[in-house]
Design a protein around this ligand. Sequence first.
Ligand code: HSE
Length: 324
Amino acid sequence: MQGVCPDEGIMKISVKVPATTANLGPGFDCLGMALPIYNTITIEETVLPGTGIEINVINDNATSDELLMEHLPMDENSIIYKAVELLYNSIGQTPSELKITVQSQIPIARGLGSSASVIVGGLLAANELLGHPADEVALLSIATEVEGHPDNVTPAIVGGLVLTSQEDDGSIIYKKLDWPEEWNITVCVPDYELSTEISRSVLPKEVPMSDAVFNAKRLAMFIQAVNSKDADLMKYALQDKLHQPYRMKLVPGLDKIMENLKHEENVLGCVLSGAGPSIIVISRKINLDKIKSIIKNTWEEMNVKVNIMTLPIENEGAQIINHE
Ligand code: HSE
């Protein structure tokens, strides 16, 4: 009898999953980093047969409930349900009576991995309920299948800064990199949303060879800069020609903020967080107030309110926090 704890009857599992920022400039679809903002996903077996799947969201952030509903549908179209269903199917079962609750703190549709967090949280909780049929490799693969790309789900599962790739057979390979402690990560979340679907729809199917080479060089520089804590190399590395130029029109203010930060000596780079519209600024740990006021003023001139947070990297991935 799977999923039922023989001693205590009904089981309830909660998983705390970090936010993530993806791409980090040159690493389109292959670089991601976990950040200390969390969603908590709880899966509970319900008592009555035939009650089906119930999904609830507790909104702990400033997002409107309508936006939450739009991006996290509470039915079988939910990405959480899809992830949980794929896991059950992988062991020849179908999920039946489950109550899923998402306690949401990660801003929705802002490029901070809110969808990856619920996929990962749902999967890990269901895996625990089922007695761990899936190992990390299988979980990464299912999460990526639902999300479409591995650069948010991988750091959400393993934490830290990660280079990750989905191979042709669907498997995921990843390597964790050590983020230099002397570099700050400033996350700037504007008050407008942008769905990943729309933000991917403006990307071309093919890019010029020179742009591909530009990014290949920058990604190599990024890895070397991080490994050797080389701030000057990082300034060259934090650039992109594969996605940011196409997304500029969807993120009003990004071009001006990049321009206004370009000559700030302590800024190593300013990049779109995932599919946007949040922006990440990597800097040395000095003159932060100046950097923040440049961003705030530039967006305020365009009537955009912004929440700016300087955060450490989260080196832990998703954690089971409650098991009853
Ligand atoms: N790499 C993905 C993209 C991240 O840029 O579309 C989306 O969260």
